[in-house]
Design a protein around this ligand. Structure first.
Ligand SMILES: [Zn+2]
Length: 347
């Protein structure tokens, strides 16, 4: 038996449970889909939404009925999506309100969700659907509702109009008002397994080794794995050149200064990259084969670096310690200083 909602990667148990609820007609009228950023919350919300408006859903939207054709284009009269940077829908009153805000320079909506808009949306949800069996609203990053907006919207969750469904997503649900949270059924998305992400990237034309590195660095976030990250790959090339020649302390100093200088590289990911490179060099220095490398596609440069003076294993341990300090919420600014100091004193 295939898993419902096949266009979604991972989250099999959640998909099965949701489909069963829809099939048995007992889906809660308000869902809070929570999970880390990039894990697929909006995709799930939109797929669920399309299924709920579809004429003949079978394990997901049929993709053929007139509802499906329009929901996929975001031009269905009974669907409104408050996205991170956009409001999608064709209801004249709601869109007029959005356009008014754009005119006043209050958009994009990325920041707080407007109390007036949420009040209007609540009213819209109580009206009879134009064409589908129900009206449906998706609010992405629902924690953007401030107290007033949340209060204005609360009634829609407390006393929903017949058939109306609200799907909220949030990667920071603790910032949602408790009154909102308590009126929603919770759907939790965990990370997508690395193997699935890797296979998905390969299917989408990414080379096998790069797919592995990106899947490993993704932390279970498909969105993050799908982003190409040239700055990180540039940094890798620079690091490998340094590893070839320098002493440990010089290498660490170089890494620290390049981290500090490059604003477009996420520090955490850079640290991860640094750790996996050192790990590869340590593998070679301890006699391991180059088949074992994570960074296989630059194996020549890794081999050259391993032939140099860097004590990769010692540096690796220090990087891992530093990474744990980051995970323990240590002050990020001091991280590189610590690393420098450690490398200087021990290396
Ligand atoms: Zn359909």
């Amino acid at each position: 038996m295939s898993v419902p909602f096949p266009e979604i990667l991972g989250h099999e148990y959640v998909r099965e449970g949701l489909w069963r609820s829809i099939h048995e007609g007992r889906l809660h009228h308000a869902l809070l889909i929570q999970g880390l950023s990039g894990v697929g919350k909006r995709t799930l919300a939109e797929t669920l939404g399309r299924t709920l408006l579809c004429d003949a859903p079978d394990q997901g939207p049929c993709e053929e009925c007139s509802h499906c054709r329009r929901t996929s284009l975001h031009i269905h009269p009974d669907l409104v999506i408050i996205g991170r940077d956009d409001i999608l829908g064709i209801d004249e009153e709601l869109m007029a309100h959005r356009d008014e805000r754009v005119r006043k320079g209050k958009e994009p909506v990325g920041s707080p969700i407007d109390v007036d808009f949420m009040r209007k949306l609540g009213g819209w949800l109580t009206q009879r659907p134009w064409e589908a069996r129900r009206r449906l609203a998706i609010v992405v990053d629902a924690e953007r509702m401030n107290v007033q907006a949340a209060n204005a919207f609360l009634k829609s969750l407390e006393e929903p109009a017949p058939g109306a469904v609200v799907l909220l997503t949030s990667s920071a649900p603790t910032f949602l008002r408790p009154t909102i949270r308590s009126r929603c059924a919770s759907v939790r998305l965990l990370g997508v397994p690395q193997g699935l992400i890797e296979a998905h990237l390969i299917k989408n034309g990414v080379g096998a080794t790069e797919a592995r590195v990106r899947a490993q660095a993704s932390g279970g976030s498909l969105a993050r794995a799908l982003q190409t990250r040239p700055p990180l790959y540039d940094l890798r090339d620079q690091l490998l050149r340094r590893f070839g020649g320098g002493k440990d302390a010089e290498v660490a100093a170089y890494v620290a200064s390049s981290m500090a200088a490059s604003a477009d590289v996420d520090r955490h990911e850079a640290l991860h990259l640094f750790a996996t490179l050192l790990r590869d060099i340590a593998v070679l220095q301890s006699g391991g084969s180059s088949d074992l490398l994570v960074h296989v596609e630059v194996s020549d440069a890794v081999v050259r670096a391993a032939a140099g003076d860097v004590d990769a294993l010692a540096l690796f341990s220090k990087v891992i310690e530093a990474r744990e300090r980051v995970a323990g919420n240590a002050n990020r600014a001091s991280l590189w200083d610590d690393l420098l100091h450690d490398a200087g004193s021990g290396g």
